[in-house]
Design a protein. Structure first.
Length: 291
């Protein structure tokens, strides 16, 4: 009969049958131990990983502080930050401590980004966590006082973004009393964007508005009221003379000058033609027959 011996601390087994039982038990125990270790490893890598910032809203160019957890101990973390308005990209690195926690800071671009996405990835584990935050600005329109404009008169308005934020997408809007040009654009290096408001031909109080179009939930805007007033005008006809069956030149002027108005001329009760006022408010009709 074949005898063999298998030893482990505190236990002595003899016999082929007992040896197979012990080997099988040891294999099962080892497999279970490896499985449990894998489960705890997966949970450590994937569970509870998170990333936060110290605030939800920041001014352009300000500093952001971040904190995270759930990474492998002592691994390097790649932090990538991207904006959705002017495509700013910020990259930095941080080191996780012995518990897998990480912290750090970075400076934002002075270009306006309505929304930022931060993704922090462990370079050893591949674990990634993300968070979002926003830029916060205010808009101020100048001049801020109420102006009185006559029909067709124009006024330049400028919107200024706080912190001299560059690249803020602006939409100018005017009520039915006038028009703006240009109506859309972005703030420049000084944080400003201007438009020309032209009063219409309707009297009343009207509004011009500058709107940050990148974030409709938090609209940064200011309003300025425009009063369009009717100005009385005087039409004067210049004296003209000519000989019978000859020709004569007719002219009339609007005061104060109004450009592009139609003046109708008549002679002896009969309409002889129309003319538009020029830049000086003068309308001229030449070579009218006298017969």
């Amino acid at each position: 009969m074949l005898y063999s011996a298998l030893w482990r601390p505190g236990v002595y087994f003899q016999g082929w049958k007992n040896e197979k039982v012990v080997l099988r038990n040891l294999i099962v125990t080892a497999v279970v131990a490896v499985f449990i270790a894998m489960v705890f490893t997966i949970q450590a890598l994937a569970g509870g990983t998170m990333m936060t910032t110290d605030k939800n809203d920041y001014s352009p160019g300000s500093k952001v502080y971040f904190n995270g957890k759930g990474y492998q101990p002592n691994e390097t973390i790649l932090v990538e930050v991207t904006g959705d308005t002017n495509d700013s990209i910020i990259t930095t690195f941080a080191m996780a401590d012995g518990s897998g926690a990480v912290s750090g800071s970075f400076d934002l671009s002075d270009y306006y980004e309505a929304n930022y996405l931060l993704i922090a990835t462990g370079l050893s584990s591949g674990i990634a966590a993300e968070t979002t935050f926003k830029d916060c600005i205010t808009l101020i329109i100048s001049p801020a006082n109420v102006l009185t404009l006559g029909f067709g008169q124009a006024q330049t308005y400028t919107v200024h973004a706080s912190e001299k934020a560059r690249g803020v997408p602006i939409s100018w809007a005017a009520s039915t009393g006038g028009t703006v040009s240009p109506s859309t654009g972005k703030t420049g290096n000084d944080g400003n964007f201007s438009t020309m408001y032209t009063a219409g031909s309707q009297s009343g109080t009207f509004t011009i508005v500058a709107i940050d179009t990148a974030d409709s939930r938090v609209r940064a805007e200011r309003t300025v009221t425009i009063i369009s007033t009717v100005e009385s005008t005087l039409l004067s006809v210049a004296p003209s003379s000519g000989t019978y069956v000859g020709t004569v030149n007719l002219s009339a002027i609007l005061s104060p000058k109004v450009v592009g108005k139609v003046i109708t001329f008549s002679f002896n009760g009969n309409i002889v033609g129309n003319a538009l006022t020029d830049n000086n408010g003068l309308a001229t009709l030449n070579n009218i027959n006298l017969n």
